[in-house]
Design a protein around this ligand. Sequence first.
Ligand code: ARG
Length: 458
Amino acid sequence: TSAKLWGGRFSGKTDPLMDKFNASINFDKKLYEADILGSQAYAKALARRNILTTEEKDSLVNGLEDVLKEWREGTFIIKEGDEDIHTANERRLGELVGSVAGKLHTGRSRNDQVATDLRLWAREEAKKLLVYLKQLIGAAVERAEKEIDVIMPGYTHLQRAQPIRWSHWLLTYAWSWQADAERLSQIIDRLNVLPLGSGALAGNPFNIDREFLAKELGFKGVIQNSLYGVSDRDFVAEILFWSSMTMIHISRFSEDLILYSTSEFGFVTLADAYSTGSSLMPQKKNPDSLELLRGKSGRVYGQLSGFLMTYKGLPSTYNKDLQEDKEPLFDSVDTLAGSLQITAGVLSTLTIYPERMRQNLSIDMLATDLAEYLVRKGVPFRETHHIAGEAVRLAEDRNTTMANLTLEDFKQLHIAFEDDVSLIWDYEKSIENRCSLGGTSKQTVKEQIVKLSKWVNE
Ligand code: ARG
């Protein structure tokens, strides 16, 4: 016979290597609190069906509270044979309250137990991530507001394209992160349903009150099919996808700033707090924080694809493969918690160089404005695009900028050009022209700031 929870039908011993291979306690101990809350609720539900007397229920609930205290104070001792968090807690409960501990698992399986624990844990962790995400968006919005007058080159294909506000650039990421936050709220909402009471797979034989359990544990509903209850890990996949998507935004943000912090751009420098030096080259200040953020994104995509591979071929209900859901989830949540906070730190402490940004604007970036000038005089855009292109070439041929072409030069290109063509060569004016909703003008950037701050503070 074996001392194992499930040892009754076994006569042979497990290979010690198999014991280690099978054990999840080293990582699923993270679930200790969720596991205890789930068990306390379950004890109450058993008492409602008279499987436990009130005294027995109280003894279990209080004993579990003591186990929780041990975890919190760091005095819980994991013993040999504690296969996972569920067996560890039950073993310790038995030591504290005696044989009544053996009644707790009535009608319950580790299959519905672990599914419940993981949802509870994921729900609480996701709420914390949501707070970090809001802080990050708040930091971006705050900077955008303060530095609204700073202008810089906007790029497509990493080629100078049109002048934009620095704040407009900041807010492109704020909007991505806001979408991430909405996605995460929706995921929290979807995962917040109760599997407990599904039993091993077929359901609970003691008419356990699952609505009561859901209420006790803060779930908004009850999973309606017991097979689905023990089987479903879509929420894990969703959180891993969410993590990947959010890391894409963080990684692209990092890539922009890594470029902008080179001497070649010189638009920003990172605070010392988020940079490191070189052991060889004394002059170096490297943007390691940003490189780590970009690098860690790869790790998160790996967790997503790894888990999807594990999940894809499983027959219905519980299979031990599902134990492989935890490490990718834990690792991704940790990575995201760290990354979101570091990103906020980098963003709110970096120094910007508005003069350098301005020096990198060039008159050719106003070629579109030249075309639009003629549009306003009634010339069809397709023609004006061509004419403006000719102006670019003419300036290039003369080794000068379009701002130095004469009115006569322009008149040669099209008769509609007048004196006021000289007013085009003004970066601020170009920016202020883009004042349709969503554009880079001061007013429309301010509108974004108002909308995002309202959202952050609601
Ligand atoms: N440690 C297991 C897991 O993470 C708990 C469930 C075990 N259930 C079982 N029937 N072996 O999935």
